[in-house]
Design a protein around this ligand. Structure first.
Ligand code: EPU
Length: 302
């Protein structure tokens, strides 16, 4: 979709929004799949309500993009524009045991930055790709750590109320790969309360998690991490593996040989290939185990 409306084009600089024409979502997502559209880069939180009102009044459909690490986007010209937060500098400020983090900050870099200030707890999240905002929305987790456990406060744009709000950690429910945020809420910033620990100790934990991840996940390949959520008490990866599906492919979309819940783009996978593989695996798992696997990957198909 292209932004053509003169009123919008004129307003964007005043709203601190930068327009990038015809960007490829394949280049902005870890899966390397997705069509083209205009991207609006937002460089100030305060103007977001005005920007969103303007887009809504003029019938410009839009979606919020975080780091693109857990996202499958359809091919071709997309029927919506994409909004993304610009990254402030600095994107993390430490105040005692509190890390004030912009939602656009890279999660891994945030973990390391906090560690250098002797703030730990998030070691398990070190290799999780994407932004802090994306991690918050999904309550990202790994190796026994979930980001939600450390959230003291979140600044969010609430599309339903059309305003910026600051929510206390207690007002948000963080469950396994699920939060109480509305789908169109836009994460803007977070205050994380982290335990004090000596840097060398945190670093040791970080190294251990990195090693475990390297040993079990296809890190150098184009993927969206785990495709399915784990069903209660089970591992989707183990179930798919037990069905002998490692290496199974639909077009350019292939189940990783290293971890069966990682589906990789071997080079030229289309969105249809990836969706086809997801549907095929879901069907086979249902037939054998009687369990319907739920997507962890977010699909933008409209
Ligand atoms: N397993 C297999 N074959 C496979 C994959 C796994 O037999 O192909 C077995 C493993 O040997 C292990 C068990 O299944 O006994 C669990 O595997 P793993 O430790 O890799 O954990 P997982 O449940 O598959 C979850 C998260 C990962 C996270 C790891 C580490 C989900 C859907 N996945 O994977 O998160 O990195 O634990 O904590 O919750 C993600 O969310 O995208 C993601 C990759």
């Amino acid at each position: 979709m292209r932004v053509e409306d003169a009123k919008i084009l004129e307003a964007l600089p005043k709203l601190e929004v930068e327009l990038r024409r015809g960007v490829s979502l394949a280049e902005l997502t870890y899966l390397g799949i997705g069509g083209t559209t205009d991207l609006l880069r937002i460089n100030g939180h305060e103007s977001i309500p005005e920007l969103l009102n303007l887009l809504d009044e003029n019938g410009v459909a839009h979606k919020f993009l975080g780091g693109g690490s857990n996202l499958l986007v359809m091919d071709g010209e997309l029927a919506f524009v994409v909004l993304q937060l610009g990254q402030p500098n600095p994107d993390v400020v430490i105040e005692g045991n509190i890390a004030c983090v912009d939602a656009a900050a890279d999660l891994g870099k945030t973990v390391t930055f906090c560690a250098k200030h002797n703030l730990g707890g998030m070691e398990g999240l070190i290799g999780v790709p994407g932004t802090v905002g994306g991690a918050l929305r999904m309550n990202a987790g790994a190796y026994g750590t979930q980001i939600g456990s450390y959230v003291r406060e979140v600044k969010v744009y609430r599309a339903a109320a059309r305003k910026l709000e600051t929510l206390k950690g207690e007002e948000i429910s963080f469950e396994y790969r699920h939060t109480s945020f509305a789908p169109d809420d836009m994460m803007l910033a977070v205050k994380l309360e982290l335990p004090s620990r000596p840097y060398p100790e945190i670093l040791q934990g970080i190294r251990l998690c990195n090693e475990k991840r390297r040993a079990s996940q296809p890190l150098g390949q184009k993927s969206a991490g785990c495709i399915f959520k784990n069903p209660p008490g089970a591992s989707a990866g183990r179930m798919i593996d037990e069905l002998g599906l490692k290496g199974h492919a639909v077009g350019g979309a292939r189940i990783s040989d290293r971890h069966a819940n990682f589906f990789v783009n071997t080079g030229h996978a289309s969105a249809a290939d990836m969706l086809g593989l997801i549907a095929d695996v879901r069907k086979r798992v249902r037939q054998v185990y009687g369990v319907t696997l739920e997507n962890e990957v977010v699909v933008w198909n409209a």
